[in-house]
Design a protein around this ligand. Structure first.
Ligand SMILES: Cc1cc2nc3c(=O)[nH]c(=O)nc-3n(C[C@H](O)[C@H](O)[C@H](O)COP(=O)(O)OP(=O)(O)OC[C@H]3O[C@@H](n4cnc5c(N)ncnc54)[C@H](O)[C@@H]3O)c2cc1C
Length: 440
């Protein structure tokens, strides 16, 4: 037994886990719905837990078994983290083709959630760069899955939230880059309309692009923020130092109250916005700070206090973009809830590879709220309703509370995943959404 939290920590409890070897040894005698693979718990809600069963600690299998600097193809066990991959290949000037905002996620977790990064408009999501993986089913079959081999299981496993089997290892196509560091363009915008007027051109000009929004600004500055665009830097440019060992400050204990409240956030937002001067500033920054600024502070989620945080991420069609962002932010302001991290991004039109992939063409808005009980839950329901009315979807691996009907509307193909779910696997999320829909 150990503490296997998810990042939101709204339901934080001791959970049972077993080693992958132990799981393998029990093949043939595995209880129904009694297991779930677990990576690093960087999902925010209950999609990475199975509280009536045991988690399989995949981090215990974390070897990189092959890398060819000629082709950029890397083979590794599923418990390897994104950071370990980057450190292994950086000297050869390769990088992950897609990375989320934390390098602590595992390869298995990144495939199972088909995560997206700041370059969705250019390269789609993580699953688009997976060449194949080996999947262990609870009946003992070991299947290599790729677009050509077992294609149905390949599509169901990418974004399948760990329910189709245990990914043992994967083969990834990495991306050749001139340097791993990033030439960053910090572009300040004065309002939401200003963002929407600029985003198209910024995305067309840069590999990476994402916007931070001051969610608390009102009046003329409503929706103001900073677009952080970037491209891999030139090989002969100045390369910033990265500490050899990743010694990082950590939030050492859980404060008794939420420290990220309206007052502290208003001050933080004002400072952060003003730090970027008007116009555009160009600088070369280490890959660590461009892609993973939050990884620099260990356990930053503790700042939300003992009740944890909810993250709400939605995606909605392009044509509904500005009106929906405005409605979501207005609802949060009206409810008196401050979001520490408000991130806006435009997803590209690449066809999804996974049956239940979240990232799809449209705008995506991410809001983080401290858990204040009923009022936060009521706000989250209101946000869901706005997104559903716009024809959008809610991210399941950030979720802890969406209604089954919201899930079904977001992922109309969920029954196809249920049809190939491994009977030994189940998650708290799947039980309270998909299983509730089957009226079991
Ligand atoms: C600071 C921060 C920033 C983030 N930014 C982004 C972002 O920009 N974009 C984005 O998409 N996400 C983002 N996330 C979410 C995070 O990247 C994903 O939730 C990621 O998938 C977590 O990986 P993990 O290894 O921790 O997996 P877990 O959270 O432990 O598990 C995730 C899912 O993968 C399954 N799984 C894990 N290992 C295996 C395996 N070997 N075989 C089969 N299934 C498996 C689990 O059952 C579970 O369903 C962010 C999270 C944090 C904390």
């Amino acid at each position: 037994m150990g503490t296997f939290d998810s990042w939101g920590r709204v339901v934080s409890r001791t959970r049972q886990a077993i080693a992958p070897d132990d799981y393998d040894n029990r093949i043939g005698a595995l209880g129904a719905e009694a297991f779930l693979p677990f990576g690093q718990g960087r999902s925010y809600g209950d999609s990475c837990h199975n509280d009536t069963g045991s988690l399989i600690e995949m981090r215990r299998r974390a070897r990189i078994t092959a890398f060819d600097p000629g082709t950029g193809i890397l083979t590794c066990e599923a418990g390897v983290t994104l950071r370990e991959v980057i450190e292994h290949v950086a000297a050869h000037r390769f990088f992950l083709a897609v990375t989320p905002g934390t390098a602590f996620a595992t390869i298995g977790g990144a495939i199972a959630n088909d995560v997206h990064g700041k370059n969705h408009h250019a390269r789609g999501s993580f699953g688009h760069h997976v060449l194949s993986f080996d999947l262990l089913r609870s009946d003992g079959t070991l299947l290599t899955c790729s677009p050509d081999q077992n294609p149905a299981l390949f599509a169901a496993t990418i974004g399948g939230m760990g329910l189709t089997g245990v990914i043992l290892s994967a083969q990834l196509q990495l991306m050749k880059v001139p340097a791993v560091h990033v030439q960053q363009h910090a572009i300040r915008f004065d309002s939401l309309s200003d963002y929407f007027a600029r985003v198209e051109a910024v995305d067309a000009a840069h590999e990476y692009s994402v916007a931070w929004i001051d969610q608390l600004a009102k009046g003329r500055g409503f929706g103001r923020g900073i677009l952080l665009a970037g491209d891999h830097a030139n090989a002969d440019g100045e390369i910033p130092d990265i500490p050899k060992k990743w010694v990082r400050p950590s939030v050492p204990f859980m404060p008794p109250v939420n420290l990220l409240n309206g007052l502290t956030l208003k001050a933080f937002n004002e400072l952060y916005y003003r730090k970027a001067r008007p116009g555009e500033q160009v600088s070369t920054v280490p890959w660590t700070s461009y892609f993973y600024p939050l990884d620099a502070i260990g356990d930053w989620n503790r700042l939300y206090g003992p009740r944890g945080l909810f993250q709400h991420q939605s995606v909605f069609p392009l044509e509904a973009g500005e009106a929906t962002v405005r409605a979501l932010m207005t609802a949060a302001q009206a409810a008196g809830h401050a979001s520490f991290l408000t991130v806006l991004k435009k997803f590209g039109d690449r066809r999804q590879r996974g049956l239940l992939s979240f990232a799809r063409e449209g705008f995506t808005l991410t809001l983080d709220f401290s858990n204040q009980g009923a009022s936060t839950l009521a706000l989250l329901d209101r946000l869901d309703a706005i997104v559903m009315a716009a024809g959008g979807a809610i991210n399941p691996y950030k979720d802890q509370r969406m209604a089954p009907a919201t899930f079904a509307a977001s992922f109309p193909d969920w029954e196809r995943l249920e049809a190939v779910r491994d009977p030994a696997l189940m998650s708290d999320f799947w039980r309270r959404t998909a299983m509730a829909l089957t009226n079991r």
